[in-house]
Design a protein around this ligand. Structure first.
Ligand SMILES: *Cc1c(COP(=O)(O)O)cnc(C)c1O
Length: 484
């Protein structure tokens, strides 16, 4: 088939047969889809020969670029041995080695690895473990409720939707969900108490004084903040302390809600509350894990040690689906007993610990080590920081947020008061479309431009990407709608 004909045929069949995730199909079928043919390095190419820089790491998963030879070689080596065998009643080298490696990298205390195959299930597993742990430790079912944060996102299966706090995605399913108490979202630009005293959230860069955080009092001096977000969590903990199975949080940044970076110190404060009230802490590191925030895991910025931790997205460097839930030994031990006591964790997925995915993850993590990837992020984290500081002064930019190589730029109609654009203007989408014309593929979260490059993206390429974004914002926001 000629190239043009093939592209047309695929586009037509897509519109005829496929239903896309998080997509209004009525809009989708009106537009020409980008049919990706291949991806190499930092770019992918469509069936019409156009090339795009993959600016959101293929939805936050790609690390070393596409077609990374070391990952492909690991996959080919594993494929020669086996593609898949069940993990129910069997084990294999890639899964065993990967579990050992994950425990080595994880915050201290997390010693057991339970595999699944996507972020949502990793969260489901953690919640089921927390629930069953509570029941088995205390001898009766009492802890069947969860604490989560407004604006949180933990996946799309019903358990993870139950702890989701994004109205647009989650509210309609409320009748199907279990009981969750939502604490105030620790996001300064959204704070109902200190309205707009602090519209930007730039998490402290890690320098020589690694691990030193601003004191809670600093924020108070700056904005008059009284940590109402922590107080709202404490109020729930105090009232439901005997009912809560766990608190589930995205550490340091609520990513899907629009890169809402938490004020430094919140996470540590929440951990303290969990300990004080005897509530397990589940860290959902699905988005933040494996270096995206500048440390291997986001909890490590504040020395927080969760009881359960969920990882997925970047784990295989963006090659295959895989997830894991890490647990403390004490939790694991509560599931031990004679078979007929039925303390077993009755949960498992058909493709649990798929050997190909585990081999890819091992090769991926080896590259982190041999290429000293995390240490080499610092210059680009700084580059992003100074670019954001510049962009923050644009008339259409209401707020910029950053932690590590995760950032969000929020577009507003009126800077003063952060007045949003009407949703029907689809401002975020329009900026991203303009970027596409400049050869950059990015996806907005409503009117928030998400910046999440593959971790190894070289600085010159990153600089070019940031240039395209700035220019796209400048071009797209029409002068009439600019304030001042
Ligand atoms: C993406 C994401 C999930 C869900 O992962 P899936 O693989 O899409 O199911 C869960 N939690 C967080 C924080 C995420 O960003």
């Amino acid at each position: 088939m000629a190239r043009g004909n093939k592209a047309d045929a695929l586009a037509a069949w897509d519109k005829k047969y496929v239903w896309h995730p998080f997509t209004q199909q009525a809009d989708w079928v009106k537009e020409e889809p980008v049919v990706v043919e291949s991806a190499r390095g930092w770019h992918f190419k469509d069936t019409r020969g156009r090339r795009y820089l993959d600016g959101v790491s293929s939805l936050w998963v790609n690390v070393h670029g596409h077609g990374e030879p070391a990952l492909n070689a690991a996959l080919r080596r594993q494929l020669k041995k086996m593609a898949h065998v069940t993990f129910l009643g069997l084990t294999h080298e890639p899964a065993v080695r990967l579990a050992r490696e994950l425990v080595r990298l994880a915050p201290r205390g997390l010693t057991r690895v339970f595999y699944s195959d996507n972020g949502s299930t990793a969260v489901e597993v953690a919640m089921k473990m927390a629930f069953q742990y509570g029941a088995q430790r205390e001898g009766h079912v009492r802890r069947s409720e969860f604490f989560a944060l407004a604006n949180s996102y933990h996946g799309d299966t019903l358990g993870s939707v139950s702890v989701g706090g994004i109205g647009l995605f989650h509210k309609r399913f409320r009748p199907l969900l279990f009981k969750t108490h939502f604490g105030l979202s620790p996001s300064c630009p959204r704070c109902p108490f200190n309205r707009l005293k602090k519209t930007n959230c730039l998490y402290p860069l890690r320098g020589k004084r690694t691990g030193v955080l601003p004191k809670p009092g600093d924020l108070r001096r700056e904005t008059g903040c009284r940590w109402e977000c922590l107080a709202s969590a404490e109020k729930i903990f105090r009232a439901r302390r005997d009912r809560l199975a766990a608190a589930v949080v995205e550490p340091a940044v609520q990513a899907a809600a629009g890169m809402l970076v938490m004020p430094p110190g919140y996470l540590r404060g929440l951990e303290r509350l969990c300990r004080r009230y005897g509530v397990l802490l589940i860290a959902d590191e699905v988005a933040t894990g494996f270096g995206r925030t500048g440390t291997m895991f986001a909890v490590q910025h504040e020395g927080v040690r969760p009881d359960l931790m969920c990882v997925s997205k970047s784990i295989t460097g963006g090659t295959l689906p895989l997830a894991a839930t890490l647990a403390r030994e004490e939790i694991y031990r509560a599931f031990l007993g004679r078979y007929e006591e039925f303390k077993t964790f009755f949960h498992g997925h058909t493709y649990t610990a798929n050997p190909l995915a585990c081999a890819a993850a091992l090769a991926n993590l080896r590259l982190y080590r041999t290429r000293r990837l995390l240490r080499r992020l610092t210059p680009r984290i700084r580059l992003l920081r100074s670019w954001l500081e510049g962009v923050a002064s644009l008339p259409a930019v209401g707020s910029v947020r950053q932690i590590g190589l995760m950032a969000g730029v929020e577009l507003v109609r009126k800077k003063n008061g952060m007045r949003p654009f009407p949703p029907e203007l689809k401002m975020g989408q329009r900026v991203c479309r303009a970027a596409r014309a400049g050869g950059l593929w990015i996806r907005p979260l409503s009117d928030i431009i998400v910046i999440l490059p593959p971790l190894a993206l070289p600085a010159p390429m990153f600089r070019r990407m940031l240039g395209v974004i700035r220019e796209s914002i400048r071009q797209t926001v029409p002068p009439a709608e600019r304030p001042l």
